[in-house]
Design a protein around this ligand. Sequence first.
Ligand SMILES: Nc1nc2c(ncn2[C@@H]2O[C@H](COP(=O)(O)OP(=O)(O)OP(=O)(O)O)[C@@H](O)[C@H]2O)c(=O)[nH]1
Ligand SMILES: [Mg+2]
Length: 247
Amino acid sequence: MSRSSESLRRRLAAMPERIGHAARGRYPVVAVTGMTGVGKTQLTDRLAGSADEAAADVGSAVMEKRTRRSSGLRGFRFRVVPGDNAATRLGALDEVFHDDPVDGVLPVVANGHATARRAAGTSGAAEASREEQLAAELEDWSITSHRIASMAVRRDRPIWLVIVVTKADLFADELADVVHYYSPGSGSPFADKVDELRALAGGARLSVDVLAVSTLPGDRKSAMPAKRSTQLLDALATRLEQLSGHR
Ligand SMILES: Nc1nc2c(ncn2[C@@H]2O[C@H](COP(=O)(O)OP(=O)(O)OP(=O)(O)O)[C@@H](O)[C@H]2O)c(=O)[nH]1
Ligand SMILES: [Mg+2]
């Protein structure tokens, strides 16, 4: 190899991720996962700035695809895996973690405040206690974290997770404790599975953040006024951009 082509090779290897994405002509792809009713669709619509913000009374039946378009190359493509209520869930998990592996994952949790949904084909109001919803959330995370681990060991590209604790308006005064519950090393059942995933995937190849958001702010005097909820969503968007090498 001549000296000039060797130096070109070195410069290409040192290129930030952002230019890598530009060279591939695409935005990074982000999977949004979590149990049914946890708030995935609403969160993704806010991040993508979708016009339709009507509250979803029914769960998603298929994988939703949204794009956040920002100036320059700082956008994202989101793939929202439907919750456990949808028949298409397993296929969607295969798609994002195996067939077309994503760059990052947003596992969405809500401190046991997922909206209870009826099993497909049944009628009448769905009821579930907070304890049941927390257990279901853990079960969902157990399945998803195994999928992420097997994706991570198959490739050398690093992967990042941002565990998004949504519906923060419902527990605004205990936010720090709730974030701690979901954080690596905290000793909670959820955190134990995060630690297990990091051990399987290799800590250097998997970064984990935990951020709280709310997409349904209360009024000005509430614990989660609109201004605060916008700040939290902006902080999440900024972190996604940092993790993708956008800034
Ligand atoms: N209080 C509150 N409610 C929220 C928030 N985000 C979502 N919700 C409500 O939670 C319910 C479920 O939200 P979705 O976004 O449809 O949930 P999902 O995770 O997409 O559910 P599936 O499509 O069934 O997998 C809806 O009624 C939302 O209005 C939030 O930040 N705060
Ligand atoms: Mg949905």
